[in-house]
Design a protein around this ligand. Structure first.
Ligand code: HEM
Ligand code: HEM
Length: 589
């Protein structure tokens, strides 16, 4: 009895102290308003929203392991003779950077594991950024007001690639030196300034004695600092603009539905962090990566066969390998198109297109609204097809980066393979575009059939006349709503007598929207329009909307409804106990 009274008094004192601390913070910082907004932030629970977090947590792993590596890595290029425990390299001349990488691998406690974790995390980081970007692209989550965040994200992408490249150049082994040699070649190919740029970067003739020492602060200070700052801005924008969400009962353009930051999202996200760290740790423990001792120290006169860069720079390697050997001599200077085009102009163009896409799409679709409900990729056939064409182009370049390995593995002619990739690079993207567009329309057709007739069951009926028919089961109201509540806007028209740019815009808009909706969807257009009115919040008066399931609550300001509606609401709008508590918060804009 006495003990429980003492414990209660202790708890009360603790609560009081915490409250005083919070009040003190609130007098100085926006702790109450900011904290409340953050705690009440709704996170959609669709798995694809975890890809951004995957990128975030692999970045955290990189930061932690990177700090450990800096304790032992020595970025000097002074030549030393190796006397360490790795027998095959004993007595060889090598840079201090390479020797210290060997030391980390063979002598520092846990060094090899941490190096491998660092490298695996870098691969996962680049991969998850790419997948995250594709999710944003295909669902249209880049549209206003998130277009600014798309720009921040793209910059993160570019800086991450630079960070990865500078990282794997640090050990100064034969593979990383070959990568730096290519980087020097690319710089040299830039007209007028190329020679000066290469001399400036390498501090003299390649490889010089400076490059590793120069890359080091870039890799451990400047670029990570920039990445951290950009990630912070990126996440502040995610919180401020709030997430998009996929269509479903109760999810409109005016609210955001998901799990609250605390406790559900925080618990799930912490779990994800440990899973990411655990999986990378496991990979690093069982799968060897970048065994620099096998490659040997860098020597400009040597090159290893079947050398492959980290996968995220493979597309550049591929574009260099596919480009035919064109060069021109102008006023006594050689223009190396075979390097300039694939390694400077092409990636510049690819990234510029990615940066500009949200603004281009907005221009041709005339989107003045702020869509917060994600698109189903099949319902935007042109965008989805463009994405598929882009992935095909990138994929061919990536595969071409390993053309020697593929030719060797499958014992096919290297030249024949290179020509096959060249043809695929030109014909693959248009083929992927046409195929994907068709596929999107077919998938729309299927959605429309499901809405009209329901899903086929495995039962077949035979009538007394002997005819057979498949049995159908009506879709659940929530599934039906999910499919029907999609927007299908129309193209822009150019006003009478409009000038060139506006006519071009209208023409592009027609291209974007032409045949963007399958004929079957048109027949259920009436239901669609009503459902869309519900999603955009325009049809607030029509509570018993045909398409929105009965009992779905749309009035944000009255959280309590009638008892009859309660059960349906819990099931359809996400308050069911099994999936945990969802919240819905009104959008700010
Ligand atoms: C996005 C962030 C980062 C990426 C993508 C990245 C990538 C890489 C890669 C691929 C390597 C080569 C690893 C190997 O030898 O197999 C490397 C090496 C290294 N990284 Fe990072 N890194 C990142 C952040 C950091 C940070 C924040 C630090 C330090 C604070 C750091 C410190 C180092 C050091 C010292 C090495 C050389 C050691 C070695 O190669 O064994 N890295 N990095
Ligand atoms: C270091 C790299 C990155 C990190 C750590 C990161 C992290 C995140 C996180 C955690 C979210 C919220 C959850 C989600 O929607 O997945 C998010 C959302 C977002 N990210 Fe990234 N991201 C990165 C790169 C990118 C890139 C490359 C792009 C696009 C080019 C991008 C564009 C966006 C957009 C537009 C949103 C808002 C999505 C929505 O509300 O549905 N991010 N990011």
């Amino acid at each position: 009895m006495k003990h429980s009274r003492v414990r209660a008094a202790r708890r009360a004192a603790l609560r009081k102290a915490a409250q005083r601390g919070f009040e003190a913070a609130d007098e100085r910082l926006p702790a109450a308003s900011g904290g409340r907004a953050l705690l009440r932030k709704a996170f959609p629970e669709h798995w694809s929203f975890l890809l951004g977090e995957l990128a975030l947590y692999s970045f955290v792993v990189l930061l932690l392991t990177g700090v450990y590596l800096t304790l032992f890595f020595d970025a000097e290029m002074t030549q030393v003779r190796y006397h360490g425990p790795y027998e095959p390299l004993r007595g060889q001349l090598m840079s201090t950077a390479y020797a210290s990488t060997l030391e980390i691998s063979f002598e520092v406690r846990g060094g090899l594991l941490i190096r491998q974790i660092h490298h695996w995390a870098a691969l996962l980081f680049a991969g998850s950024i790419g997948l995250h970007m594709l999710r944003i692209f295909f669902t249209g989550a880049f549209r206003k007001p998130r277009d600014v965040n798309w720009l921040v994200g793209m910059t993160l992408f570019v800086v991450a690639l630079a960070e990865g490249f500078s990282g794997y150049s640090l050990p100064d082994d034969l593979l990383s030196g070959t990568g730096l040699r290519i980087a020097e070649g690319v710089m040299l190919s830039i007209p007028v300034v190329g020679t000066y740029l290469a001399l400036f970067v390498f501090g003299g003739q390649f490889p010089g004695h400076e490059i590793i020492e120069r890359l080091y602060p870039l890799h451990i200070l400047l670029l990570p600092g920039l990445l951290i700052a950009l990630v912070v801005v990126h996440l502040i924008l995610v919180v401020y603009l709030q997430h998009t969400h996929f269509s479903g009962p109760g999810r409109t353009n005016k609210n955001v539905v998901g799990h609250a930051m605390v406790p559900q999202f925080a618990a799930r996200s912490t779990g994800l962090f440990f899973m990411v760290a655990g999986v990378i740790g496991l990979l690093a423990a069982v799968a060897q990566i970048n065994p620099v001792w096998d490659y040997g120290p860098y020597d400009p006169g040597k090159v290893s066969t079947a050398a492959q860069p980290d996968w995220y720079v493979g597309f550049l390697e591929g574009s260099l390998r596919l480009m035919p050997p064109f060069e021109t001599t102008l006023f006594g200077h050689t223009l190396m198109w075979n390097v300039l085009v694939p390694a400077v102009i092409l990636p510049g163009l690819m990234f510029s297109l990615l940066y500009a896409y949200p603004f281009f799409e907005r221009w041709i679709t005339g989107g003045d609204e702020t869509p917060h409900v994600c698109d189903r990729p099949r319902n935007r056939p042109v965008r989805t097809a463009l994405g598929a064409a882009g992935i095909t182009f990138y994929g061919v370049l990536l595969l071409a980066g390993g053309n020697d390995v593929i030719a060797d593995t499958f014992t096919v002619s290297l030249n024949g393979l290179t020509w096959a990739f060249r043809v695929a690079l030109v014909l693959g993207p248009p083929a992927a575009y046409l195929l994907t567009r068709r596929l999107c329309l077919s998938l729309q057709e299927r959605d429309a059939q499901r809405v009209s007739h329901g899903d086929e069951t495995s039962w077949v009926r035979q009538s007394v006349e002997g005819t057979f028919s498949a049995d159908h089961e009506q879709l659940s109201p929530s599934e039906r709503y999910r499919l029907v509540a999609q927007r299908f806007p129309g193209p822009l028209e150019a006003p009478e007598g409009a000038g060139g740019p506006r006519r071009l815009r209208a023409a592009l808009s027609h291209w974007y929207y032409r045949d963007a909706i399958s004929p079957a969807w048109r027949t259920i257009g009436h239901q669609r329009e009503r459902a869309h009115a519900a999603v955009s919040g325009a049809g607030r008066g029509s509570r018993q909307d045909v398409s929105e399931p009965r009992g779905t609550r749309r009035n944000e300001s009255s959280p309590r409804g009638s008892r009859q509606q309660g059960a349906a609401r819990r099931a359809l709008s996400g308050r069911s106990g099994r999936t945990g508590k969802r919240i819905r918060t009104p959008r700010r804009r």
